[in-house]
Design a protein around this ligand. Structure first.
Ligand code: PLP
Length: 481
């Protein structure tokens, strides 16, 4: 270790090669790890000294501790049998992107401090826009997560509604009516968090009833808006979801866009999960009307093999976002006539996220990405066909993309919720596969998401076997009657 300065270049090279080998082995053998970490809460904290080392350590020792301490505490999102929540995974080229991003360590605030990040972001987001089939007037900006993208969209919607929250705030004012944001009852919790963060409060979020397919009912939305206007409230934003989190249901964006147009309300489409499938022409029907949106969020970190984090917010008029957030302190004033990323949100410094996504698009090509998404959707439908054909199981929701909602319904078992929860818990505890759940109309429902870049048909066959084995052993052992 040198007295001052960084690690010597020859050491960096040596450990760097070692680490790349480590990652290559990890990806090669990913299927052999337990999907869910098997450690107990507190294990890692107790295994690591509570105080930092006084003297620098040999980096070889640190790398050994990755195997000894970190790896057991990893839940492997890249595992082909990770089917919980939404199955998301990184590609190897995405990892290369992160390596270089860390090496450049640029803070994309001003064009001047980060020309590569600022301009590549625009190029890559325009590529994605074309891939998704969105009109040319949509301009994008990258944030870390959909939660943050949506929060910015609602803030812009609030400004456009004329509330002047940017300058006047909301507190101490009696001229501001209750503002309303509308979404379906199946909306992601990030919308609730956005209204909390923006000082609108949960009271401002009105959740609209869904039909039996878990899709927002546009007539109920129109009724709610009429009622709110009559009460003197101010509707500012409607958020339909294409690919809801619980079931991946699709709100009817086109009919909702009609309503937004009629009342002049901001339309923000949350398609954080399913948006990627718009690169498949045969899936575009699900997105009908999204071209009429004021803003759209889509997450390449969910289903375009780009390592977390990278969320894209497209806006019909990005200047509204700038009006809501731009604030240029003296030390940030520059002379170039350029786009400065810091003007479009709450962050000053921004990571060079576009690089990894650029790598992914160039390495796989549009065709390669389409082929992988198509296969995931095929596998999900295949799994659904096994469920449908077996009287011990039933489907709980349609499968528009690659998420299957289902449950065990074995005759003679009284408490089906408990049965399904037990099956899920046992599979997850085994480390063989990871499933998650939701509740649909109060009923415990298993969710199986297919989205890993490494998933193949054999992995789904394995889950199906596990499910049936668990069901059989539960029935035989009589723990659920
Ligand atoms: N919106 C939808 C529909 C989601 O499914 C999710 C996460 O699964 C989010 C938003 C939040 O995504 P993020 O983790 O990027 O904030």
């Amino acid at each position: 270790m040198s007295e001052l300065g960084d690690m010597p270049a020859e050491d960096f090279r040596r450990y760097g090669y070692e680490l790349v080998d480590w990652i290559a082995n990890y990806f090669e053998h990913i299927g052999e790890y337990p999907v869910l970490s098997q450690v107990k809460p507190g294990w890692l904290r107790e295994s690591i000294p509570a105080s930092p080392p006084e003297r620098g350590e040999d980096f070889a020792e640190v790398l050994k501790d990755v195997d000894r301490l970190i790896l057991p505490a990893v839940t492997h999102w890249n595992h082909p049998n990770f089917h919980g929540l939404f199955s998301t995974s990184t590609s190897s080229v995405g990892v290369f992107g992160e390596m270089l991003t860390a090496a450049f360590d640029m803070k994309a605030m001003l064009w001047r401090t980060s020309p590569a990040s600022t301009e590549l972001e625009d190029v890559v987001l325009d590529w994605l826009r074309q891939m998704l089939g969105l009109p040319a007037h949509f301009e994008g900006i990258i944030y870390d997560t959909a939660s943050v993208s949506t929060m910015h969209a609602i803030a812009a919607a609030r400004e456009r509604a004329g509330v002047k929250a940017r300058d006047l705030g909301l507190s101490g004012r009696d001229d501001v009516p209750l503002m309303r944001v509308y979404s379906s009852e199946h909306v992601h919790s990030s919308i609730d968090k956005s209204v909390i963060t923006l000082g609108l409060g949960l009271k401002s979020l009105r959740k609209i009833e869904c039909n039996e397919r878990f899709e927002m009912i546009p007539e109920k939305l129109a009724e709610a808006i009429d009622e709110d206007i009559e009460n003197g409230y101010l509707p500012i934003c409607v958020i339909p979801t294409v690919g809801t989190t619980s079931t991946s249901s699709v709100d009817p964006v086109d009919a909702i866009a009609d309503i937004c147009e009629k009342y002049g309300i901001w339309l923000h489409v949350d398609t954080a999960y399913a948006g990627s499938t718009a690169i498949l022409p045969e899936f575009r029907e699900h997105f009908k009307g999204w071209e009429r949106a004021d803003s759209i969020v889509v997450n390449p970190h969910k289903w375009l093999f780009t390592p977390f984090d990278l969320s894209v917010l497209y806006c019909k008029d990005l200047s509204l976002l700038k009006e809501a957030f731009s604030l240029v302190a003296e030390y940030l004033k520059t002379t170039e006539e350029v786009k400065n990323g810091m003007d479009y949100g709450i962050q000053l410094g921004r990571r060079f996220r576009a690089l990894k996504f650029w790598f992914v698009i160039r390495y796989f090509g549009v065709e390669g990405l389409q082929a992988r998404l198509r296969e995931h959707c095929r596998l999900a439908r295949l799994f659904a066909s096994w469920v449908e054909a077996d009287p011990n199981w039933e489907m709980m929701a349609p499968v528009p993309f690659a998420l299957v909602c289902f449950r065990a319904v074995h005759e003679g078992i009284g408490d089906l919720d408990a049965l399904n929860e037990q099956i899920m818990s046992e599979i997850n505890a085994s480390g063989e596969a990871y499933l998650s759940h939701t509740k649909l109309n109060g009923t415990f429902t298993l969710r199986l998401s297919v989205g890993s870049i490494r998933v193949e048909e054999k992995h789904l066959a394995k889950v199906w076997q596990l499910l049936n084995d668990r069901l059989e052993s539960t029935i035989i052992s009589g723990t659920q009657t």
